[in-house]
Design a protein around this ligand. Structure first.
Ligand code: 13P
Length: 249
């Protein structure tokens, strides 16, 4: 059985007191036991979030890490630093990292390897831009993103990978992929896993959808048989909205 996962990516939002409020609100809302819920606050709020979510079923992820082990990388955070504060999951490849911070597929391939070497779990994001969808090359774009960053990995390491398909045109725009578009892409991704690995890997890897998921569209989007959850931006900043999405499964 594949895990069902809903992750909140808080991006560069919320200071410590806002983080504490949000976490306390999240903890007060009931959620189904069979859904794993992960939150990804900013680096500065990770320790506090770990502390507040201790002994709950929520887990905490980082939004990024550097691909170097240590050294002269001013302002950067390493895998060991995250692990040192008990953060064992990291989001890599988010479209904002790709577009604003110039992270290429090759850079991401290295980051993924470093994270997996450190025994971390990776939520790997990818997805096409609007022009690429309009030109009907979205499947090829996604295939290349996955091939360069992930398809060389030994099959054993796939137990630590969660995939997150986030069409760039749907991020923060209020426009979502239709449930059919999401299911089509997710099923294509699963077919790539069969092709590059086998049915066992393909059936076990969770594929999340991200891009303007809200309480009023989550149920429809999650209804796709290959959609195993969501990566939520804006709506994860509000406890009621986020938990409504979790409960939409
Ligand atoms: P929105 O849900 O705000 O569109 O953001 C999606 C996202 O980028 C999650 O990583």
């Amino acid at each position: 059985m594949r895990e069902k996962i809903v992750t909140g990516n808080w991006k560069m939002n919320y200071d410590e007191s806002q983080t504490i409020d949000l976490l306390n609100n999240l903890k007060s809302i009931k959620k189904p036991n069979d859904i794993r819920v992960i939150v990804a606050p900013a680096f500065t709020q990770l320790s506090k979030s770990k502390e507040l979510l201790n002994e709950t079923s929520f887990s905490v992820a980082a939004q990024n890490m550097n691909g170097a082990i240590s050294g002269a990388y001013t302002g950067e955070i390493s895998a060991d630093m995250l692990k040192g504060i008990g953060v064992n999951t990291v989001i890599l490849g988010h479209s904002e990292r790709r577009s604003l911070f110039h992270e290429t597929d090759e850079i991401l391939a290295e980051k993924v390897r470093v994270a997996l070497d450190a025994d971390m779990e990776v939520i790997f994001c990818f997805g096409e831009e609007l022009e690429q969808r309009r030109s009907n090359i979205h499947l090829e774009v996604v295939e290349k993103q996955l091939k360069v960053a992930l398809f060389d990995l030994p099959r054993l390491l796939w137990k630590n990978i969660i995939l997150a398909y986030e069409p760039v045109w749907a991020i923060g725009t209020g426009e979502t992929a239709s449930p059919e578009q999401a299911q089509e892409m997710h099923s294509y991704i699963r077919s790539l896993l069969v092709l590059n690995y086998d049915e066992i890997i393909a059936d076990s890897v969770a594929i999340l959808y991200g891009g303007s998921v809200k309480p009023n569209n989550a149920k429809e989007i999650f209804s796709g048989t290959d959609v195993d959850g969501g990566l939520i931006g804006g709506a994860s900043l509000n406890a009621n909205d986020f938990m409504a999405i979790v409960n939409a499964f």
